[in-house]
Design a protein around this ligand. Sequence first.
Ligand code: 2RA
Length: 329
Amino acid sequence: MKVAVVGATGLVGTKMLQVLTERNFPVTELIPVASEKSVGKEVTFKGKPYKVVNADTAISMKPDVALFSAGGSTSLEWAPKFAAAGITVIDNSSAWRMDPTKKLVVPEINGKTLTPEDKIIANPNCSTIQMVLVLNPLHQQYKINRVVVSTYQSVTGTGVKAVNQLMNERKGINGEMAYPYPIDLNVIPQIDVFLDNGYTKEEMKMVKETTKIMGDDTIRVTATTVRIPVIGGHSESVNVAFDKEFELKEIRNILANTPGVIVVDDPANQKYPMPKDAHEKDEVFVGRIRRDETQPNTLNMWIVADNLRKGAATNAVQIAEYLHQQKWI
Ligand code: 2RA
């Protein structure tokens, strides 16, 4: 299968190439696509060099599927052109996520809603994916009423410029800033831009994408998203109020049997998920599972995942795998 990766030289694009290789996705030809300044550069995939091309050239090469991770404006401009040429687009930007005509997909949750007619498929936001993967099986059992989430997000979510900012600050080098403030030895309670309601765009992504993916707009979500000086993955403190009563043992059991979720919850031995351990893993890790003792039917959890993997590249490749299994690409 001919696979185009649009934004192939970025952090997520590079991870997509790695995940396609690891999962042995049947790529017969890779078409790396990037902005004009990267055209002509070489990208190595499965030991073979491939020349970076622009989006126009990529369309003329007729890929079967295109994985996009090149930002919202590139997706808005180019995804429809790829789709019009019959190429299925899996888009990691926020451009199409809330478009009612587009599916927002976490394969384990709503992959089955896809049809061969879906030519632009949206990949959700990283902090949303790891949360819904844990919430969904609990919602099936106990019906979620309200979620309060606070995130502790890795600088890799911003991109290579932010990783460089953190590393430069550690070495005492004055370099380019990705954030308006130092990130090392600091915490920044702002991810993406502020909206009129006082929340950030990242916070509202968690609110809106959760109900769209889980297909239930009665679930109330409120979020505070925070950038921390970490590289391995995003962490989340999640408080969930259910309609029905639960037993902690049952919750652990459900999560332990959820594909893609690993329970790490052994306080007696100081075992809980951490970004250092989630780094380079495709699974979502959950621990610190305990009752919120201030009100009935309410649970606290700590959820960690590598945001570049299940939060971005792995989820996109899993969507492609599903389409391939259905023989739609
Ligand atoms: C972040 N959620 O971590 C974003 C990346 N999509 O900044």
